[in-house]
Ligand binder design. Structure first.
Ligand code: NAD
Length: 433
């Protein structure tokens, strides 16, 4: 089928590339000229394992192209995907201005009946709004159908997830739309769940809120473990063996970040608030996460009461491994606080340093390797569990003034740190020294 995808961020580009891989003809449209120029030259503007290879393959096979011109992209399309951002407004609600603009772009540029598929995460009722905008601006006699098809990919394994996801949710209100979008997705071989549009919109928020709840829950348990002398790793393992609980998302750390959980939890609190429902549990989840992101600083302050003038190595900057995405990463808060307390911050990340440079405080310095970052430092903080960090030779920490590692991701075994004489503080586990 001929499909246009509006927005080529983490979701839009992965969607476009994956749909082209299963045989559809895709035109990706983005207003960002630099991004489009890169993609036209076969260069992915984001880091995502396997993406560049599939992108190049499908460009060469003439199923994938890129443009900044909505008319060019939409003219031939039978289906249009909306994959633009829905960032957070100041009050925590979802900013729908990009979605509304995309709807206007569609209405102004199609000359035939069209099915519009919303991939962006949008509050319940937004697909009705999209339909209204398009229908009122569409030339007389033309019809639009809207489908909610929320995205569940995980950054860092987005391509894999497209082909091996747990489910594809399709929310529609006509058999015609259901059957077309089902056909489009069939080759992925992923189970399809069909439902009404509002429920599909809610499934996305409820899923993210539930996962965020699991994270905040295990983080609270880890804080209690520290006070009682229990070990969170053992507790998580024991809990996860219960199939009703499941072992995923039970890893204690310094909280969730990224472009989805922080904004989607706050948006769902607003969505509930709009119908005068106070989502107390989710408010707790958000507050716990905010506290947890700062926990490494408290641990550092306990170990080194004065950090002014000290060299602090920060290892890992992206909000999780295998991505260059810095949005809402704990590294933003942590480095800011370190600088505020007068530390000399030297950071290292295998992939995200270029993005970090435009986001973090300009006083942050960057090292070429873990070794350079930790050399002569007074403390090393671990923020992201990249495999390069997890698998580093522990001897590297002997290059510090005195080995002091404060690990927000429980990357190392306590015994190994002890054997190497490292003063090691992690999350929800006893201190080893
Ligand atoms: P993003 O900010 O990385 O990308 C959005 C892109 O849309 C940008 O390149 C922007 O230039 C482009 N754009 C904005 N308005 C446009 C217009 N009118 N025409 C053409 N292009 C336009 O966003 P993202 O991370 O890909 O997220 C997109 C949506 O998917 C959000 O609603 C998000 O919540 C949701 N989502 C994201 C993830 C994720 O892991 N990033 C996962 C699931 C769902």
């Amino acid at each position: 089928m001929r499909i246009a995808v509006i927005g080529t961020g983490y979701v839009g580009l992965v969607t476009g590339v994956s749909l082209s891989e299963i045989g559809h003809h895709i035109t990706c449209i983005d207003v960002n000229e630099d991004k489009v120029a890169k993609m036209q030259n076969g260069i992915s503007p984001i880091y995502e394992p396997g993406l560049s290879e599939l992108m190049t393959k499908n460009i060469n096979e003439k199923r994938l192209s890129f443009t900044t011109d909505h008319q060019e992209g939409l003219q031939q399309a039978e289906i249009v995907y909306i994959a633009v951002g829905t960032p957070e407004n100041i009050d925590g609600s979802a900013d729908l201005s990009f979605v509304a603009q995309a709807a206007k772009d569609i209405a102004g540029n199609v000359e035939h009946n069209i099915i519009v598929v919303t991939k962006s995460t949008v509050p319940v009722g937004t697909n009705d709004m999209i339909k209204d905008i398009i229908q009122t601006h569409l030339p007389n006699g033309l019809m639009v159908e809207v489908v909610s098809n929320p995205e569940f990919l995980k950054e860092g394994s987005a391509i894999h997830d497209s082909f091996h996801g747990d489910r594809i949710v399709i929310g529609a209100d006509s058999e015609h739309a259901f059957s077309i979008i089902e056909q489009v997705n069939q080759p992925f071989g992923v189970p399809i769940f069909k439902t009404d549009i509002k429920s599909a919109e809610m499934i996305k928020y409820a899923s993210n809120a539930f996962l965020a709840t699991k994270i905040s829950f295990i983080n609270e348990i880890s804080n209690i473990c520290e006070l009682l002398g229990a070990n969170i790793e053992n507790v998580s393992t024991g809990m996860g063996l219960d199939q009703r609980i499941g072992s995923q998302f039970l890893k204690a750390g310094i909280g969730y970040g990224g472009s989805c959980f922080p904004k989607d939890t706050k948006a769902l609190i607003q969505i509930a608030g709009n119908v005068e429902y106070e989502f107390e549990l989710l408010k707790g989840v958000v507050n716990v996460n905010k506290k947890q992101q700062g926990i490494l600083i408290s641990k550092l302050n306990d170990c080194l009461p004065v950090i002014s003038g000290k060299k602090i190595a920060v290892l890992g900057l992206s909000f999780k491994p295998n991505t260059d995405d810095m949005r809402e990463s704990a590294s933003i808060l942590v480095t800011e606080e370190l600088i505020k307390q007068g530390a000399k911050v030297v950071a290292y990340d295998p992939i995200a340093m270029e993005n970090a440079k435009s986001i973090l405080n300009p006083l942050v310095q960057y090292a070429d390797s873990i070794e350079d970052a930790v050399e002569n430092s007074d403390a090393a903080l671990i923020l992201t569990d990249w495999s390069e960090i997890k698998n580093v030779e522990l001897a590297v920490f002997n290059k510090m003034k005195k080995p002091l590692v404060i690990d927000g991701r429980n990357c190392f075994a306590l015994k190994a740190m002890e054997n190497n004489g490292i003063d090691y503080h992690s999350i929800g586990r006893p201190v080893s020294a």
